[in-house]
Design a protein around this ligand. Structure first.
Ligand SMILES: [Zn+2]
Length: 118
């Protein structure tokens, strides 16, 4: 069975969602394919915008869901199996960028209800 990306390259003209420029086959690369589902990266030769697309092939045809990204192909390949970012990761980065002694700030935090005393 031909891969989804080969069908796409041969039978469909794909347009850049950012500028409507058309892709050539060399602008499209497969990151991963499993069965009838493929993750592809495309880079527009006109505007240099990149799109990550999830392709799914069934009896009705090929469904394509795309998302604009600033990742190049190698970034997408490197990050496709990376761990998810959770709330603790975000807080850790925030605290690294904004070092504050939270123990000294505790006395300046007041309950919200105090500002509504009439
Ligand atoms: Zn474009």
């Amino acid at each position: 069975m031909p891969s989804i990306i080969n069908i796409l390259k041969k039978e469909i003209i794909i347009y850049c969602p950012l500028c409507n420029g058309s892709y050539s086959p060399r602008d499209i690369a497969t990151i991963e394919q499993t069965g009838n589902v493929a993750l592809i990266h495309s880079k527009c030769p006109k505007c240099a915008g990149s799109v990550l697309s999830l392709l799914y092939k069934d009896l009705l045809g090929i469904t394509l869901l795309g998302m604009a990204t600033d990742m190049d192909f190698n970034d997408a390949l490197r990050l496709k199996d990376a761990d998810y970012i959770n709330e603790d990761d975000v807080l850790e980065i925030y605290q690294m960028l904004n070092p504050v002694d939270l123990n000294n700030r505790a006395e300046s935090i007041k309950p919200i209800g105090q500002s509504w005393n009439l």
